[in-house]
Design a protein around this ligand. Structure first.
Ligand code: PEP
Length: 251
């Protein structure tokens, strides 16, 4: 399957930013922008917001071309898991997306590769699209381990099987590029995306979207999106500035 026949997706990750007042301004700017026209007929745009703001986001974006989701999900269906949020709860707020295995969750909350796969499976069971994030640290990058790390992180996810994987989105986010202002070059990112695409193709799921994340800005989005295996972006810092985010979507 060629890039032309795959959809495009730009997702914002607000991380732990925002307030009711700030969100109202940002969401209203996203809502009023003609995002579909800006980004082209095949591009989808969405935002992954903190849990407490899901109701506000759902209300603000309902009926617009911008979809929404969360940044994490429990692997469990329900029960005595204090502080966790289930996929069914996210579905109650009409979430479309949920991030699984963002590097900040892996680094600060000890999420293992298997835990990430379990979360992706739980999301799928409730009809959400998990956006499974993978990426190597700077030390791994510098010691030439990038592709080994990506394959190790992907293994339990791909083990969920072709039917499951076909309903996911993957995101390659080199840890050294996240929030650092130092994006991977389009060629560096493409090399990893091509390796991920090969893994997907071996499973018969080459059509799965693979996003790039890590210091994506309006200024570098077009050159990243020109790469044959980069299907869009997962955007952190720049997703908090409506104009910048919409310019990325338009790229
Ligand atoms: C992210 O948090 O997923 C991310 C890519 O952040 P940033 O765009 O700020 O590097």
């Amino acid at each position: 399957m060629t890039q032309q026949s795959r959809a495009r997706l730009v997702l914002g990750n607000w991380k732990m930013h925002g307030s009711l007042a700030q969100n109202a301004v940002l969401l209203s700017a996203l809502r009023s922008a003609n995002t579909e026209a800006d980004a082209g007929p095949h591009a989808q745009v969405g935002v992954c917001v903190p849990f407490p703001y899901l109701a506000q986001t759902a209300q603000a974006l309902q009926g617009s071309v911008v979809s929404w989701g969360a940044q994490d999900v429990s692997a469990h269906e329900q029960g005595a898991y204090t502080g966790e949020v289930s996929a069914a709860m996210l579905k109650d707020f009409a979430c479309r997306w949920v991030l699984a295995g963002h590097s900040e969750r892996r680094a600060y909350h000890g999420e293992t590769d298997q835990a990430v796969a379990d979360k992706a499976r739980a999301a799928l069971q409730s009809g959400l699209t998990p956006v499974v994030c993978v990426g190597e640290t700077l030390a791994e990058h510098e010691s030439g381990q990038t592709l080994d790390v990506i394959r190790r992180q992907l293994a339990p996810v791909l083990a969920l099987g072709a039917q499951a994987v076909a309903r996911m989105v993957l995101a390659y986010e080199p840890v050294w590029a996240i929030g650092t202002g130092r994006s991977a070059t389009p060629e560096q990112a493409q090399q990893v995306h091509a390796a991920i695409r090969a893994e997907l193709a071996a499973l018969g799921t080459a059509q799965v979207l693979v996003l790039y994340g890590g210091s994506v800005k309006a200024a570098n989005a077009a050159s990243l999106f020109a790469m044959p295996d980069i299907d869009g972006a997962l955007v952190g810092g720049a997703a908090l500035i409506a104009e910048e985010f919409l310019r990325i979507a338009a790229a």
